[in-house]
Ligand binder design. Structure first.
Ligand SMILES: NC(=O)c1ccc[n+]([C@@H]2O[C@H](COP(=O)([O-])OP(=O)(O)OC[C@H]3O[C@@H](n4cnc5c(N)ncnc54)[C@H](OP(=O)(O)O)[C@@H]3O)[C@@H](O)[C@H]2O)c1
Length: 323
């Protein structure tokens, strides 16, 4: 089969299209992959900078969508089903994957393979952040950093369906503001000076929830932008630096800094992925949540697709078309 492989850890440009054997199908759901999602960990892994370090050479890609070729007896999916699936960190950019049944989810007919390939990693992370860890209540205001990225656009799509009354998107440039608006942001502000913009937009009150996949030096201003009882959800560090918290800020304003490690939560809570999908799937099927509208690269250009996250040029979610 055709698959992308990375044989050296010097960045996305090492991603090459090769012929490799199909995976072992024993006991697994075998999927013919139509599209694979690209997420920030793909860029980090290509430099050996992610906590999960696959053996070289490895095939990148944490998520995909395609059609089931075969499934073990008793599985919840069968040959011919359209599905989305999680490799959970590597292996998706290949024509065929073999996965345990609990990582495979039936895709509603309303969702294309390309949208489906860019769905699970971000939407399930954001579901975990807003619902499980962030305790989003109806009527609350949600601010999201890196709002034109994968996690960002997912937050803008999902927060209203989970009850948020208002979303504020933080982006670095005007063209990214357009992407955040298209994903449904109520308001968009620039990262530079966002604290003052938020104060103005909320009449000085601040926001209830902040979802932060960026980290770095905006962290303290995020804490200052929370309303009393507000929660700052720590999701990632695309900005590079891991911030530190002076905990007196938490005490003074009665706010929480909350860690969100979706993968670790799913590993330690059996059945959690299925519970998450049971909440999300009807919202997608009914149209209450629109599927992502990804930027699509051909498989041959997987290196460029991964690089676009690293060099910050990605617009929304990025996927590669496999067949
Ligand atoms: N905790 C979890 O369970 C979990 C799960 C999935 C992903 N994540 C993490 O979430 C983060 C976001 O992932 P993603 O797939 O949404 O990434 P993405 O699509 O590349 O979006 C990240 C955004 O970060 C912003 N950014 C700020 N400084 C940056 C820099 N120096 N380099 C690159 N981007 C920068 C960019 O927006 P602006 O240019 O507008 O600032 C960009 O749109 C990653 O750190 C990922 O590892 C965490």
């Amino acid at each position: 089969m055709r698959a992308i492989q990375i044989a050296r850890l010097d960045g996305p440009s090492a991603a090459e299209l090769n012929e490799i054997p199909e995976p072992d199908a024993a006991g697994a759901v075998v999927i013919e992959v139509h599209a694979a999602g690209v997420a920030f960990p793909d860029a980090l892994q290509s430099r050996g900078l992610y906590q999960h370090k696959p053996e070289l050479p490895y095939t990148p890609g944490a998520e995909l969508a395609g059609v089931v070729r075969s499934a073990p007896e008793g599985a919840h999916v069968a040959a011919g089903d359209r599905v989305a699936a999680l490799t959970m960190l590597s292996g998706a950019m290949a024509e065929v994957v073999a996965l345990p049944a609990d990582r495979v989810f039936k895709l509603p007919d309303t969702v294309s393979f390309e949208a489906g390939a860019g769905l699970l990693f971000n939407d399930l992370t954001v579901h975990c952040a807003l619902r499980t860890r962030g305790r989003l209540a109806p009527g609350e205001t949600v601010l999201v950093h890196g709002a034109a990225g994968g996690i960002g656009t997912s937050t803008l799509r999902l927060a209203p369906a989970f009850g948020a009354a208002r979303t504020i998107a933080v982006v670095s440039s005007e063209d990214k503001a357009e992407i955040a608006r298209a994903a449904g942001a109520s308001d968009v502000v620039l990262a530079d000076g966002f604290k003052d913009s938020v104060r103005e937009l909320t009449g000085g009150r601040g926001v209830d929830l902040i979802l932060d996949p960026v980290g770095g030096d905006r962290f303290t201003d995020s804490l200052r932008s929370l309303a009393p009882g507000g929660r700052l959800l720590v999701v990632g560090f695309t900005g590079g630096d891991i911030p530190t918290v002076k905990v007196n800020r938490l005490l003074l304003n009665n706010v929480d800094a909350v860690g969100v490690g979706w993968g670790a939560w799913a590993m330690t809570h059996p059945g959690y992925l299925a519970e998450q999908w049971a909440e999300l799937e009807p919202l997608l099927a009914s149209g209450a949540v629109v599927p992502p509208a990804p930027e699509v690269y051909p498989l041959e250009r997987a290196a460029d697709a991964i690089a676009s996250l690293e060099n910050r040029s990605a617009k929304g979610k990025v996927v590669v078309r496999v067949r």
